[in-house]
Design a protein around this ligand. Structure first.
Ligand code: FE2
Length: 343
């Protein structure tokens, strides 16, 4: 159901307060062809109400002809900032960027963050934003998880469906996504609520079984028959199963890039207000599936790049896959048991 402008303005104010927006700071709102008009209108009002100096920067979309879907996270190529010195200068000169277009990770974005600018991505529909307004408790929960990841040497994942994955850790640090940007140079995504890291390059090994009911993104489909991934030397070397496996193989084949098969980020969902079932209620064009990425107790893994963590792998292919019912261990400590976060 729709929400009122009043509700969305209040939600923005809450997120901006958590993000420590102060009177006189400069906010630039990044928009593009797919920006939700209500989200933009309410962001403009909330930022002005809070005394910010507000700009809007509208950039034309890129890569539409290369991506095979309209999902903004499906294709990680160049961004509208690539080679765009004027836009980069405007963003670097801002205290806070509200990304309502999906900038995605790029050298330019890293550069902007390094200048101290905060970036908050917010592209889910208004009612999802309003339902999943982040809280300080979200931050506490996610940071506790990233602290554990940071101290661990290995992540092991198992499931009754047959998943048995080993990921050596230590090369890349942990990342906390809790939905607001309370520090200079921080990037986050509203809504979210999960902790992640990346396996040491070319080391993850074992088997991942994507079981019935698990979710493929950007396909935004619940899998109807198991897909078995064989993982060797950090890459999914076999994708086996029935029609769902064939569809995944065909989609990945369109990128023509062996790096797309690398195990990318790994972690688990920590957001109790996000739900596994929500994706089934939405048209695929209407959401990017953050409920699926963040629901509490999932094991979220992905295939694709690791440059967002400082690795050297860039690829335009990126698949996020939340699994239910897994047990996740960091060294000898169980952090998720049978799909439930261990307190
Ligand atoms: Fe991802």
């Amino acid at each position: 159901m729709p929400i009122s402008d009043h509700q969305l303005i209040e939600a923005w104010r809450e997120v901006l307060t958590l993000s420590r927006l102060e009177t006189g700071q400069t906010v630039t709102i990044l928009t593009s062809a797919a920006t939700h008009p209500q989200t933009l209108a309410c962001a403009l009002i909330a930022t002005q109400q809070m005394g910010a100096i507000v700009n809007r920067l509208d950039l034309p979309p890129v890569n539409g002809e290369k991506a095979f879907s309209r999902d903004s996270l499906a294709y990680l190529g160049t961004t509208p900032l690539t080679g765009n010195r004027a836009a980069i200068a405007a963003l670097k000169a801002s205290d806070l960027v509200l990304d309502l277009m999906t900038l995605l990770f790029s050298p330019e974005q890293h550069d902007i963050l390094k200048s101290g600018t905060k970036i908050l991505l917010a592209v889910e529909p208004p009612e999802v934003l309003a339902r999943l307004v982040p809280t300080l408790e979200d931050r506490t929960r996610v940071l506790a998880a990233t602290k554990k990841i940071g101290a661990a040497r290995e992540m092991r994942v198992s499931s009754p469906a047959g998943t048995a994955l080993v990921c050596p850790l230590g090369e890349f640090g942990p990342t906390a996504e809790y939905g607001f940007v309370d520090e200079r140079g921080r990037w986050d995504h509203w809504p979210s609520g999960f902790a992640l890291t990346f396996p040491d390059d070319r080391t993850a090994h074992g088997t991942i079984v994507i079981d019935r009911g698990d979710i493929l993104l950007p396909q935004k489909r619940y899998v109807t028959e198991p897909i078995v991934l064989t993982v060797e030397g950090g890459y999914a070397t076999k994708i086996e199963g029935g029609v769902d496996a064939a569809l995944l193989r065909d989609y990945m084949d369109t990128f023509g890039d062996p790096e797309g098969y690398a195990i990318s980020h790994i972690g688990w969902g920590l957001q109790p207000r996000a739900r596994w079932s929500t994706l089934g209620l939405y048209d695929r064009e209407a959401t990017i599936g953050m409920d699926a990425r963040a629901f509490e107790g999932n094991f979220l893994f992905s295939l694709g790049p690791n440059n967002e963590a400082g690795g050297s792998r860039t690829t335009t292919c990126h698949i996020d896959i939340p699994l239910r019912g897994c047990t996740v261990k960091l060294d000898d400590e169980t952090v998720v048991r049978d799909g439930r976060v261990v307190a």
